[in-house]
Design a protein around this ligand. Structure first.
Ligand code: SLL
Length: 218
């Protein structure tokens, strides 16, 4: 059986990039705050346009600071978010597992932010938002996963927090523009190299003619 016809085969040469956002939103608890629980925060992985990512993400493991018990939490349904209360900032790890077990999990490190930067007085209404645009890049993905990724998301997810999300649509447009510019540059380089290659062929032809002419003289 040819490798390409196996459902577990990898699609050699295919690359798919899926834009996602890793983030956290933290609310100061105001009068309810105590020494150990000054903030309520939610950390999450979301689509850059709030798409439901469960079409290709099976679950997300959140690895918290060891002062949380248990420190590992698993979220198996969208939205892939975790809410906790605490007092301190730390880097949390979000490990993303895909619907296709052949694809290795991807680990993102998220800097949880509770306090405004630069520092200012906190209000219970205005949260601290820490979001980063990322691209999950699948190189030679399994055929099945490739088909799923190409089909794309089927729906969006609504969450109470979405009014605080940052807008990354212009980041996506900028990335597309960069890709287009890179393509144009490669295209013009290839054209230049083709031209040079034609010149070299012509030079070689002339040298061969010269060799022929000279060898007839000896
Ligand atoms: C800091 N390096 O010192 C960091 C650690 C840990 C935060 C922050 C636990 C809450 C709970 C919690 O908020 N840990 O025990 O329920 O700032």
């Amino acid at each position: 059986m040819k490798a390409s016809s196996s459902p577990k085969a990898r699609a050699k040469g295919a690359t798919v990039a899926v834009p996602i956002v890793q983030g956290s939103i933290a609310f100061w608890l105001g009068p309810e705050a105590d020494e150990w629980h000054s903030h309520r925060w939610t950390a999450y992985i979301r689509g850059s346009r709030n798409e439901d990512l469960s079409y290709f993400i099976r679950y997300v493991e959140f690895h918290l600071h060891e002062s949380f018990h248990p420190s590992k939490r698993v979220v198996t349904r969208p939205p892939f978010e975790l809410t906790e209360t605490g007092w301190g900032e730390f880097d949390l790890i979000m490990r993303i597992f895909f619907v296709d077990n052949l694809e290795n999990p991807v680990e993102l490190i998220h800097p949880l932010r509770l306090f405004p930067h630069p520092p200012k007085e906190q209000s219970a209404e205005e949260p601290v938002v820490s979001e980063f645009y990322e691209e999950l890049v699948f190189q030679d993905p399994p055929e099945e996963l490739l088909a799923i990724l190409r089909m794309g998301p089927q729906r969006t997810v609504d969450t109470e927090l979405q009014k605080y999300f940052l807008d990354f649509t212009c980041q996506e447009a900028q990335d597309l523009e960069k890709i287009k510019n890179a393509r144009d540059m490669i295209r013009s380089k290839v054209l230049g190299l083709n031209e040079r290659s034609r010149e070299i062929d012509e030079e070689r032809r002339q040298i061969e003619e010269e060799i022929n002419r000279l060898s007839k003289m000896v």
